[in-house]
Design a protein around this ligand. Sequence first.
Ligand code: LLP
Length: 419
Amino acid sequence: MDHFQFRDGVLHAEDVPLPAIAEAVGTPVYVYSRATLIRHAKVFREALSLLDNAHIAFAVKANPNLAVLKVLGDEGLGADVVSGGELTRALAAGIAPSEIVFSGVGKTHAELIQGIEAGIGQFNLESEEEGYELSLIAQRLGQRIPCALRVNPDVDARTHEKISTGRAENKFGVPLDRATEIYAALSAEPGLEMRGIAVHIGSQLTSMEPLETAFGKVGALIAELRAHGCRVTHADLGGGLGVPYRKDESTPSPAEYGAMVARVTRGWDVRLSFEPGRVITGNAGVLLTRVIRTKRSGNGPPFVVVDAAMNDLARPAMYGAWHDFDAVTPTGERMTAHIVGPICETGDTFAMDREIDAVAAGDLAVFRTAGAYGATMASSYNSRGFVPEVLVDGGRFAVVADRIAPAEILEAERVPEWL
Ligand code: LLP
């Protein structure tokens, strides 16, 4: 459930009609609903209530906006970060360092130091090499760092190949068959406090079966580690739960997920943590756009050219992803069209042959489910600016990220004097 609903024929974000935001801020613009963010955080927490003291670290990559992080932090969520930049944001949003987990396959030396100095709660190590490097830094700083070892369970998540992370050929984690040896070796490191196993097999999972298979493998590994005398007190089960992008799509509910986790992890005797991203923010945001014009080329359906493009919302161009497209003030009439942005490549296509609300030049529309992996994946391709972000709360709204105009981006560039 989200708070983007029609009232008197006009699409609202909570109590705010979207045309009011378009008028005040311009388009394209990302619009987030605070009530929806809070609801999703609560639903996820309740889903895990069968577990003892589960830790939830929001995957910042899904939506790193400072205000969004503040809302989620206030709901008691920690943060899963994958770069120094994300760590800085999580801290700036007021999330306690102890509630922050640092994941990522390529943490640099500087980022390892930054994480230690910030006093974060846990590093998820992605390789033996990273463990030794972190241990050296920790010893130099006179510290012992809580760590989990990320394993690659070689499970096909059955999602888009570009967002699948748990197959043997993917770059993430250490192979399961070497995990015990590596965990034991790292446990002997004076700078590390090895305390658990982490796993994350992919994103937008629409079936729980691969997750259950992966978690089963983690359970067996924990038993094996203990049999080898290793201490295991934590397990991080990652994120990955999919969300419905289409009105007729059904995905496992957080409650079903929680019940499955409770069943599979029974008897593990560890503190469990989770790194949900999309399921928290996906349906809490829309990309509001205006139709520039419609045109025909060839005999096919018309093209609806909107002012948002693949640089603003990359998912359709990048993964062939579907985002529902709804007119903000639908007339009841329908049309079949291709929905495209203004960028000069054919990849800048949001939908082909899609049956949509009839729209014409000047009309407002939204791409739904744009609250995760939306604004954060934007670029300035074609020298377009960065889209602003707005947070709605009941009947009020605020710009929580300014539009960055092409001229501002240009300011960071120089022509050397020898040219
Ligand atoms: N934990 C780790 C270690 C991850 O790599 C990810 C996502 C998450 C948690 C959060 O996963 P979620 O709950 O959001 O599925 N740009 C892509 C998605 C990339 C996901 C990368 N990792 C997209 O737009 O679909």
